[in-house]
Design a protein around this ligand. Structure first.
Ligand SMILES: Cc1cc2nc3c(=O)[nH]c(=O)nc-3n(C[C@H](O)[C@H](O)[C@H](O)COP(=O)(O)O)c2cc1C
Length: 215
């Protein structure tokens, strides 16, 4: 098979990112871009982000997860702690997040350290989820092989019966991680491949250094 994509070409013309417009704290630029995407390009699924971990086999692996909260401290998502990503994070908490918002021709890459959030925060979020999502979090032994879809559906039906008109407790293998950032790269596509890239690095004094990077 051969599919030559050499003539797939696009001119990026939707915006600019200048050093003079960058705040001291990259979370503020993240928030500004997040709001803009949410308002003008919601079809980009603004809170979908790619999480890359270093696996136990030494290979990086990336997958999409949903950002559920962000603060100056970091980025929170929820998952199964015993999944492949959970095991990877336990061994190596250094991870990378990336957002690609093609409507605005923007990318943000964030390196950081992942840690479990406190249990009562995970409890609060779990409680807020629809019952179907609560049950599927319990049913899915995420990342493990299963015999068939029917096995999963049967397990779900059994659990539905078991918890009928009862509160569903959060299983201790499911909860949130916070990624505490140490570096950001903001990328804004520009014409003629002269894209804007602004990098932030967390310094020892907890201030952020800012630099323009070659595209
Ligand atoms: C749009 C989208 C959103 C997703 N959100 C989550 C999420 O918030 N948490 C999660 O554990 N998996 C989420 N997934 C599934 C993951 O990409 C992945 O398949 C799953 O977490 C298992 O990954 P692992 O085996 O590498 O641990 C999402 C997938 C997509 C495409």
């Amino acid at each position: 098979m051969e599919n030559d994509l050499g003539n797939y070409r696009k001119s990026y013309e939707k915006g600019a990112l200048l050093l003079k417009d960058t705040p001291e704290n990259p979370m503020e630029l993240f928030q500004k871009w997040f709001y803009e995407i949410d308002e003008h390009f919601p079809e980009d699924e603004t809170n979908a982000m790619t999480l890359s971990t270093i696996g136990l086999d030494g290979f990086p692996k990336s997958r999409v997860v949903l950002l559920k909260k962000y603060t100056y401290e970091g980025f929170i998502f929820y998952t199964n702690y015993t999944s492949e990503k959970g095991k990877a994070i336990t061994t190596n908490p250094n991870v990378c997040l990336s957002f690609f918002w093609h409507g605005a021709e923007r990318q943000i890459i964030i390196k950081g350290k992942a840690e479990k959030i406190v249990e009562n925060l995970s409890d609060g979020y779990f409680e807020s989820r629809p019952r179907g999502s609560q049950l599927s979090a319990i049913v899915s032994n995420q990342s493990q092989p299963i015999e068939s879809r029917e096995v999963l559906e049967k397990k779900l039906a059994d659990l539905e019966k078991h918890f009928e008109s009862k509160e569903i407790p959060r299983p201790d293998f499911w909860g949130g991680y916070i990624i505490k950032p140490i570096a950001f790269e903001f990328w804004q596509g520009r014409p003629n491949r002269l894209h804007d890239r602004i990098g932030y690095t967390l310094e020892k004094d907890y201030n952020w250094s800012i630099v323009r990077l070659s595209p």
